[in-house]
Design a protein around this ligand. Structure first.
Ligand code: ADP
Ligand code: ASP
Ligand code: MG
Length: 442
């Protein structure tokens, strides 16, 4: 990290901006550090466990409108959420005109992405007013290309040009404009990506990502009680963990800042005194832990098992199988293999959309002796730079899992040696995460 920090981009997640009280905390954080110049808000999230996220309500309104049903009650809930934030902060602001525009669009020609994006758009207007910062609409600075990916060059230039006009500004997260000029959103949780894109474009010294936990935890807090906070994690470790289900940061948010070498700091809006997790290119030697960095995973995987005598001598066997999966747009997670067997681990939901066609076509393509699919698997990724050339990590994992009486169905260590992936029965998933955590957290 550079020693003198001049520019920070700060992204606040939905729970950080769920009501007026949370807005007050957010403003106090921003105002306590004058380098916090560019602010990326999410839409209001849940205020309590059973509450609804505004983004979910917007999708619900869209579904109703698209089906020609009455969306007024749904939309009123959204208006109430924003109006109570405005009144709770005693702001001299009315969003009535904005509500009208959104309601008209829903009534005339509802558009899914446009509707969903209004969550961050409206929250951005409120936050900019409350902070006294400029409001810069993400639709004017974030662009997607024909391929649906964000257009790096156009976006970088637009952000740089626009933000150079202001010392402080709010840019709503989650959306931009596509090649046709319409609003397009990132996938769910995508405000993290906006924060990363803006950080890179303004060449920020630090990207702070403020959420409701005191950093990246060693395991999912919904599975392990009170897990330890990871002090430092590398981009690549984080990428493995977030891809495998540690949802703190959107998995795509790593790329823009990694290229620019900008560190990310995960912080807790409700406990700003905690230093959180620092995400960096390389772990400093003194912080390199011997054990593991974190554990993540999720359920919902299937394995396509293929057996054929002399498979190992048939050049191109795997290629033919994978071509079938590619045809049906199914990507694979892992391919554990033996001499005459190959297993292809895929997401069950992706497989299920064309299950029968895929099986038939693999049969035709490679004429296997045996082909069968097993469902109901969970993957658990144990990630850590410290595993590299460190003897004993795998044996500790296997022994811990065996002691818990869990059968490991498959196991795979990546060539970079910074992760080990286990496949277990779904029913054993939580238990597996817990025993591995217990083994390495002492
Ligand atoms: P935000 O709304 O601020 O973007 P998210 O809900 O996207 O926040 O991400 C934070 C949540 O991620 C936490 O509340 C926690 O429940 C969940 N989570 C899952 N795995 C982890 C982990 N390994 N460390 C921290 N939080 C995790
Ligand atoms: N509001 C969007 C969502 O709920 C984006 C985000 O919060 O990052 O997915
Ligand atoms: Mg999030």
């Amino acid at each position: 990290m550079k020693s003198d920090i001049n520019v920070k981009v700060v992204k606040f997640g939905g729970s950080s901006l769920a009501d007026a009280k949370q807005f007050e905390k957010v403003a106090a954080i921003i105002k306590s550090d004058k380098s916090r110049k560019f602010v990326i808000p999410s839409a209001p999230g849940k205020r309590f466990r059973e509450d609804e996220k505004v983004t979910d309500l917007l999708y619900e309104c869209y579904e109703l409108a698209a089906a020609n049903k009455d969306f007024a009650a749904c939309f009123n809930k959204i208006k109430d959420r924003y109006n109570s934030i405005i009144s709770g902060l005693s702001l001299d602001l009315s969003l009535d005109r904005e509500y009208d525009i959104i309601e008209k669009s829903l009534g005339n020609s509802p558009e899914r992405d446009y509707t969903a994006s209004r969550g961050e758009y409206l929250n951005g207007i409120i936050l900019s007013k409350y902070l006294g910062f400029a409001f810069v609409d993400a639709a004017d600075v974030i662009y997607f290309g024909e391929d649906g990916q964000y257009d790096v060059e156009k976006t970088d230039k637009a952000i740089r040009d626009r933000l150079s006009e202001f010392e402080y500004a709010v840019v709503p997260g989650f959306y931009g404009r596509n090649a046709d000029g319409n609003i397009k959103t990132f996938s769910r949780g995508g405000s993290d990506i906006t924060g990363s894109i803006v950080s890179r474009a303004v060449d920020a010294d630090l990207y702070e990502n403020w959420t409701d936990v005191s950093g990246f935890l060693m395991a999912d807090p919904r599975i392990v009680e009170n897990p330890m906070v990871i002090e430092t994690v590398t981009y690549s470790e984080l990428r493995e963990l977030s891809y495998m289900g540690a949802t703190v940061l959107h998995e795509e948010a790593v790329f823009p800042v990694r290229i620019a070498g900008i560190p990310i700091n995960i912080r807790n809006t409700n406990r700003p005194e905690d230093s959180g997790t620092m995400i960096v290119l390389r772990t400093p030697i003194e912080k390199m832990c011997e054990g593991i960095t974190g554990i993540a995973g999720h359920k919902g995987f299937s394995v396509i098992n293929i057996e054929k005598d002399m498979m190992n001598s048939q050049v191109g066997f795997a290629l033919k199988v994978l071509a079938v999966l590619a045809k049906y747009n199914v990507s694979f997670e892992h391919i554990p293999s033996g001499i005459d067997t190959i297993g292809i681990v895929v997401s069950s939901s992706a497989l299920n959309s064309h299950r029968h066609e895929i099986v038939d076509e693999i049969r035709k393509a490679v004429n296997p002796d045996n082909l069968y699919i097993e469902d109901g698997l969970a993957l658990v990724a144990v990630v850590g730079q410290g595993m590299v050339r460190n003897i004993g990590t795998a044996s500790r994992i296997i022994s811990a899992v065996a002691r818990a009486d869990v059968n490991i169905r498959m196991m795979d260590q990546g060539t970079r040696e910074n992760n080990i992936i286990l496949s277990v029965e779904e029913a054993d998933f939580e238990k597996t995460v817990r025993v591995i955590y217990d083994e390495f957290s002492v």
